[in-house]
Design a protein around this ligand. Structure first.
Ligand SMILES: Nc1ncnc2c1ncn2[C@@H]1O[C@H](COP(=O)(O)OP(=O)(O)O)[C@@H](O)[C@H]1O
Ligand SMILES: [Mg+2]
Length: 246
């Protein structure tokens, strides 16, 4: 894990797959960071599968952030088809507008100490023929937090994702293991022991299976390690009268 020296503007939350708990973990991060005195913003730059009720991930993230930012900034690009962004956009004869995403992120980053950005799907999910989620994290110059599913298959998915991030020279802020709703069996438990050992200090959290509506315990994520990776020290920032100029 590389630790940067200047405070990061945010964190890009990606996952080993879709449905692994990215939104759940991002909401837990937002609540935990707020509790530590940070002014946080949330963003879901591209949401697909958006129905009449609006972009549900973006709405959940904004609510966890306690932010009042316009939904057009929190989620500038929305598509109805529940597919990869490039596919969902092409289905509507449109394309994902990177400039629009960058402008929205810039506005949010001005207003908040940290912006938690949730990607769609996993690391190499395409937004266009030339841009994928890893590329978007690079464009926004954000370190990455990888959410890994606590089930069989996760060792392969986690290693693949970490290799892809490393090859693209992205900074890894950490890995959070998310158990989802199901209880793991003995083989999966052994499997996870191996993964924890392999990840070592890169693993900065583990969310146990929670009942519907449950909120992770405060200790489920190592916020100290995360804030160090992001070069944010809330106590120093609170004492700094110029902190909003950062
Ligand atoms: N630790 C957990 N305990 C119980 N349910 C969880 C947990 N993590 C995720 N879930 C549930 O699993 C589903 C997928 O999680 P979500 O955060 O939406 O994934 P993603 O954002 O990666 O697509 C959601 O219904 C979510 O509420
Ligand atoms: Mg999500």
């Amino acid at each position: 894990m590389r630790v940067s020296r200047t405070p990061e503007r945010g964190l890009f939350v990606t996952g080993t797959d879709t449905g692994v708990g990215k939104t759940f973990v991002a909401c837990a991060l937002l609540r935990g960071l707020r509790a530590r005195g940070l002014n946080v913003g949330a963003m879901k730059p591209v949401e697909t599968g958006v129905g009449p009720e609006g972009p549900l991930d973006a709405i959940a993230l904004r609510s966890a952030a306690g932010a009042s930012d316009a939904l057009d900034e929190v989620c500038p690009e929305r598509f109805a088809l529940p597919a990869a962004p490039s596919v969902a956009a092409a289905h509507e004869g449109r394309s994902v507008d990177l400039a629009r995403i960058e402008a929205a992120f810039g506005a949010l980053a001005q207003r908040h100490d940290l912006v938690i950005v949730e990607g769609a799907g996993g690391v190499l999910v395409p937004l266009s023929d030339t841009l994928d989620m890893a590329g978007l994290a690079s464009h926004l110059e954000l370190p990455v937090l990888l959410v890994a599913r606590a089930a069989l298959g996760t060792v392969n998915h986690t290693r693949l994702s970490l290799e892809a991030l490393e090859r693209r020279d992205l900074v890894l802020a950490g890995v959070v293991l998310s158990h989802g709703g199901h209880t793991i069996d003995a083989a999966e438990a052994r499997n996870l022991e191996g993964l924890r050992r392999e990840l070592g200090p890169r693993m900065i959290g583990e969310i146990p299976p929670l009942r519907s509506g449950g909120v992770p315990e405060a200790g489920a994520i190592e916020f100290g390690a995360l804030l160090r990776a992001l070069a944010h020290d809330p106590s120093a920032r609170a004492a700094d009268p110029h902190r909003h100029l950062l």
